[in-house]
Design a protein around this ligand. Structure first.
Ligand SMILES: *[C@@H]1O[C@H](CO)[C@@H](O)[C@H](O)[C@H]1NC(C)=O
Ligand SMILES: *[C@@H]1O[C@H](CO)[C@@H](O)[C@H](O)[C@H]1NC(C)=O
Length: 475
């Protein structure tokens, strides 16, 4: 293995594998600002740094992808994971005055009170260690970490712990498992409990493409051509939210959508009684809010919704949620809005469109095409309206994350957390990361700024929220 010479000498030889197609798309997208995955945790108890670092090393030990680095070959379009036999992550710690300096950035909204957790999250979403990776000659044949951990001290004995990862190593399922496993490890560290020996997995799990059940990915060339044409022609006629500034450099910002328990229960019940998942209601509320934001709502417009589906359970062999990496696939549906749509009718329609695509295995058969189109747009932003790199109005996840682990989290000091991935490179106008935490809907909504402004997106999310709440009260 020629890349071996690039790594510091280790006692055991590092292993590795070339990235798969979806992972490759992330390697292309992340330098532009999409796919920086961040989990930000507000805590009132910070284990002694060594305790936290121990826990992180244990995570690296049990998950080879977390102790892998990304190697880009001399041909800038080839990437591989090089897995270290030993854990190596170093915790970076910012003291109170450094944290203040960082959070006093000029992009901070003047008269809005965003929580320190929120500000740290936004700051980290824009820490792009992989920027310019493809272009600068000095970076060729480079090796970069994919997993970073940082603590930010806050007043009143609080901290934000941030884990930041490259999307090819971390989809949302990974982030959820990462939080769960970390909480358990920290709690064991604190109790000085006898540690269970965690099996030290040696190799990174195969890529999603290599685990697709064989017959499902096959699609005739002719059919493939028509689909490609369909996607690209469709995308020309898709409606976007108003672009506020399409010229200035972009960064990711976040609006949080939170709902009380009563409203959340009504929405979940509404979905259940109609046999649909929450993603249908969220997409429907997004479409209605988008169409309402247009000056002429009577004009027919077409919007795209991307639904991300976790494929772990249908791969061959199946993977558990504790297999870390990126194993989601996207399904893109376009929806025509005429004005006057009702939340639940539209939710049923959008969910049915998604479900029928999934039934036809489009999440497998279209994977390569969508990856191809994504890379095409990254190379030629001019193919998208105003070079906005927007591929859809909104993205949602098929399955909501349900987190009922508050008790253990509290025990180790976790007060709140927010997790999502950046989207200011290629992506939707709003990427919704929903969780149901102790019965309350809590969504992190990521958008590219200043393509969209904070006021615009806050208004949009408020509008989505009232569509959801009103829709439930009219049943
Ligand atoms: C905080 O960190 C900065 C940068 O490392 C250092 O210069 C400063 O002295 C530290 N402040 C305190 C109070 O420890
Ligand atoms: C800031 O305050 C002004 C006046 O109260 C208001 O018009 C504006 O919308 C506010 N901006 C934000 C970002 O909240």
């Amino acid at each position: 293995m020629s890349s071996q010479t690039l790594i510091s000498p280790e006692t055991v030889e590092p292993k590795g594998r070339a990235v798969g197609g979806t992972e490759h798309s992330w390697c292309r997208a992340v330098p532009g600002g999409t796919g920086i995955a961040v989990l930000a945790i507000l805590t009132s108890k910070l284990p002694r740094n060594s305790g936290l670092e121990n826990a992180l090393h244990k995570l690296q030990n049990s998950h080879p992808i977390l102790r892998s680095r990304l190697h880009s070959g001399s041909n800038t379009n080839t990437f591989s994971f090089i897995t270290s036999p030993t854990p190596f992550i170093k915790l970076k710690a910012f003291n109170l005055s450094s944290t203040f300096k960082i959070l006093e950035n000029p992009l901070k909204p003047k008269n809005q009170s965003l929580s320190p957790l929120h500000l740290v999250l936004e700051h980290e979403l824009n820490q792009n260690s992989w920027y310019n990776h493809n272009k600068a000659p000095s970076f060729i044949n480079d090796i970069q970490d994919m997993f970073f951990a940082t603590t930010y001290a806050l007043p009143n004995e609080k901290w934000v712990l941030v884990l930041r990862l490259h999307a090819s190593a971390c989809d949302r399922t990974t982030a959820v498992s990462l939080l769960q496993e970390l909480v358990v490890l920290v709690s064991e560290e604190e109790k000085g409990a006898l540690q269970k020996e965690i099996a030290n997995e040696e190799e990174v799990t195969s890529s999603i493409e290599d685990l697709v059940p064989n017959k499902k990915a096959k699609k005739g060339l002719w059919e493939r051509g028509i689909d490609m044409l369909g996607y690209s022609v469709n995308s020309l006629r898709l409606t976007n939210l108003k672009f506020k500034d399409s010229k200035s450099p972009r960064s990711s910002q976040v609006v949080r959508l939170q709902m009380n328990q009563k409203d959340t229960e009504k929405i979940i019940a509404g979905c259940r009684s109609r046999g649909i998942k929450l993603c249908g209601a969220l997409a429907s509320a997004g479409l209605i809010a988008a169409h309402k934001s247009k000056s002429r709502v009577d004009k027919q417009r077409k919007y795209a919704v991307v639904t991300l589906t976790d494929c772990r359970s249908v791969l061959d062999p199946t993977l558990s949620n504790h297999h870390f990496g990126f194993y989601h696939s996207a399904i893109l549906n376009a929806h025509v809005m005429k004005g006057g749509e009702k939340l639940w009718e539209l939710a049923q329609k959008t969910y049915a469109a998604f479900a029928s695509y999934k039934n036809c295995n489009r999440h497998f058969s279209d994977m390569a095409d969508l990856n191809f189109l994504m890379c095409k747009a990254i190379d030629n932003p001019g193919l998208t309206p105003s070079s906005s790199l927007r591929t859809a109005l909104v993205s949602v996840f098929e399955e909501s994350v349900v987190d009922d682990h508050a008790a253990l989290q509290k025990e180790v000091g976790v007060e709140d957390y927010m997790g999502c991935a950046s989207a200011h490179g290629i992506g939707p106008s709003i990427a919704i990361f929903d969780t149901i935490r102790d019965g309350r809907l809590d969504c992190v909504c990521v958008y590219p700024s200043p393509l969209h402004s904070r006021e615009q997106m806050q208004e949009f999310i408020d509008s989505m929220k009232s569509v959801l709440v009103e829709g439930c009260n009219h049943v």
